[in-house]
Structures are given as structure tokens and as C-alpha cells.
Design a protein around this ligand. Sequence first.
Ligand SMILES: [Zn+2]
Length: 158
Amino acid sequence: MTVNARLSGGCQCGAVRYTVSEFGRSSLCHCRMCQKALGGPFAVLVTAKDLEYTRGNPTYFQSSNKVRRGFCKDCGSPLTFEFEGWQPDITVTSLDDPTVAPPIIQLGTESRLPWCEGLFDLPSDQGNPDGQGPISYQHPDHDTTHWPSDKTEDGKYA
Ligand SMILES: [Zn+2]
């Protein structure tokens, strides 16, 4: 899928930022390696045909003889899945707008956790209606010119 403008994304702390303008297939992977690498029940990855880093670069872990995985060395956010000889995949949830690349196929289903099936039937908590939640230090979901000096006095990022 080609998108009209370059889309941005990055890690939680903002040390690594990237843009992409064309996506390949978006997939949901349940394999044990993706579970470990993402720290979640599955990974959602999309092929990024023209990935460019606009701030910093990932650090890599060679997770198999064919695959290395990129992450931010400062905050640990998982960013890429790179199969040798192929275009890299990025983690869909590291995009500033993760809704743009919904998965169209499941992979690694032999490792799918049995409790995944009923996830959306669980009761839900409505969060902090009084607005007394913690103050986020996470980089905002858009590019910043001066980082981390764009942080405001209350500790948030502009
Ligand atoms: Zn980071």
C-alpha cells in the first residue's frame, strides 16, 4: 500500500524516529520469538519498502541465523524485524498512527497463546475518568524539532 505522505514513527523515548511511504503486507505473528521480542502475546509487523531513519538508529539483536531485530538501545522499544535479503518490517505499533496498517494474515499460529481467543470478551476498565493518571514522558506521536528540549515544564512533550 502506498500512502500519500510519508508516515512517521519511532520508539517510546524518541531517540529513534523513522519515516516510511510504502507498505507491503501487514501480518500478526504469534511465534515464540515475536512474543519474546515484543514482550506481548503477538507482534504486528508491516513491510516498510522505503524505511528511512530521521533521528538515531536502532540497535540490533540477531535472533536467528536469518533474522535481526532492531530496537532502541535507550528505551528498549522493538522497532524492526529484518529477514536477511528482504525489505525490513517495522512494528505497526511504533508508527505514530498504528491504524494505517491493519494486519491481514496471522502467522506462527502453532504458538498462539490459548487465552488470545477471548481477549476482547474480557470486562473493560474505563481508565482514569478524573484525569489523575500518571504524567507521560513518552515521545509524542509526531516528529519534534528539538528533542528532548521540547519537553514542557510539567514533564510532557510538546
Ligand atoms: Zn527510545
